[in-house]
Design a protein around this ligand. Structure first.
Ligand SMILES: C[S@@+](CC[C@H](N)C(=O)[O-])C[C@H]1O[C@@H](n2cnc3c(N)ncnc32)[C@H](O)[C@@H]1O
Length: 253
């Protein structure tokens, strides 16, 4: 069900090599599904996350802390970040230092498949994955790890995309081809929604929501990135949506 092909080490090398390319197109928020400006994206995420002053969160797959920095500036919460890429961890630390936010954000290089070895049990008010969980070869294991380090009453939030389902066999074949291309180019392992939700429901949690985003996707940055870097997802065929984007949030009992 969750047969995966890329290791965390593959993803580490990928982001070390590609971080500059991402920064050139995306700036410091490496998120493909976005409204037409960063401010609106941050505002929208903050509504879903409901971050609180003084609370401590984990940004799991934090990139160069491009989302965590405004989160802290706007709410005065505390954030720990983890990225598999040493290059991103270095860049994140530089940005945090230059803004004098060292006492508020702490980023380290590490693998989110082992969160309970890296952080204390029941220690976070929330853990969020912003377009990062889909890199995992075992997302259900990562969520179980996140569950352990979240306090009772704390949440886990996931922004990601899931293979689109179609009753038309031909269409499903085309979807699969494009998803294979996405996985190959982006070192991703696009998830299926139902098995993930089923796993979450077997944990001792309240499923707060599974919902679509309130904003319209602006594809300009993603297109720019793909054109500049020779990424061809549709093999010259007409484009269509091969995946659906959802926000998922659950709270630990
Ligand atoms: C598309 S980027 C998103 C970055 C960030 N969330 C943002 O909003 O800018 C995916 C992130 O997931 C991280 N990631 C992927 N696999 C990981 C793993 N096994 N452990 C920790 N981070 C991981 C990558 O290092 C990268 O920072």
């Amino acid at each position: 069900m969750f047969e995966k092909s890329f290791s965390a080490e593959d993803v580490r090398r990928y982001y070390n090599d590609w971080n500059d390319r991402y920064e050139k197109s995306y700036g410091n928020i490496i998120q493909a599904f976005r409204p037409n400006n960063d401010e609106a994206l941050i505002e929208d995420l903050m509504i879903s996350l409901n971050l609180k002053m003084g609370h401590h969160y984990l940004d799991a797959g934090c990139g160069v802390a491009g989302a965590s920095i405004p989160f802290v500036q706007k709410t005065n919460c505390q954030i720990s970040g983890i990225t598999i890429s040493d290059e991103q961890a270095k860049k994140a630390k530089q940005a945090i230092r230059s803004l004098g936010l060292e006492s508020k954000i702490n980023v380290m290089q590490g693998d989110y498949h082992h969160l309970s070895d890296l952080y204390k049990t029941n220690s976070f008010d929330g853990v969020f994955f912003l377009e990062s969980l889909g890199h995992s070869y075992a997302p259900e294991k990562v969520l179980s790890e996140a569950y352990k380090i979240v306090k009772p009453g704390g949440f886990v939030y996931i922004k990601d995309f899931y293979i689109r389902e179609s009753s038309d066999k031909q269409m499903q074949k085309r979807i699969k081809k494009v998803i294979d291309n996405i996985n190959r180019y982006y070192k991703y392992q696009v998830m299926s929604l139902n098995p993930l939700i089923s796993h979450i429901r077997k944990m001792d949690v309240k499923l707060d929501f599974v919902k679509s985003f309130d904003f319209q996707d602006d594809i300009r940055i993603r297109s720019d990135f793909e054109t500049k870097n020779g990424i061809v997802l549709f093999d010259g065929q007409a484009e269509f949506m091969p995946a659906d984007w959802y926000e998922i949030k659950f709270t630990k009992f």
